[in-house]
Design a protein around this ligand. Sequence first.
Ligand SMILES: [Zn+2]
Length: 153
Amino acid sequence: MPTTQTPARTGLIRSLARGFIGRCPHCGEGKLFGRFLKVRPHCEACGLELHHHRADDLPPYVVIFIVAHIVGYLILETESAYEVPLWVEMGVWPVFTLVLALGLLQPVKGAVVGLQYALGMHGFAALPQARPAPGREETRLAPAGPGGPASRT
Ligand SMILES: [Zn+2]
């Protein structure tokens, strides 16, 4: 018999980590993004509604904060330790900055959605009803012997 208890909310650190790697902050299995920065309307694995997140401008601000500290530090270090020609620096740092910013934008946005979920902000106050993920129903519900999935109906 399937359990119908509501699953507990995932903790803050785990929600941030799951969002950072592009997974649903609730179950960690469903994909968070449909496209580069487009959050899916709901998780396909657990049914958590994701459409009401309000990441807004926070991810770019966080990315600017991180990238500026990394690139600024590296520029100061190379300037003080090496004699790098100006044309090399003019070619390397903008490209490195752009790649780092674009590479961090989706993970940081995912972490921000995970933060909102962990804190129950906006529409994340309600958790989805417990339901087995596709393909796992048989392993979760089928006991050894009679009373397997066929007896549910
Ligand atoms: Zn999920």
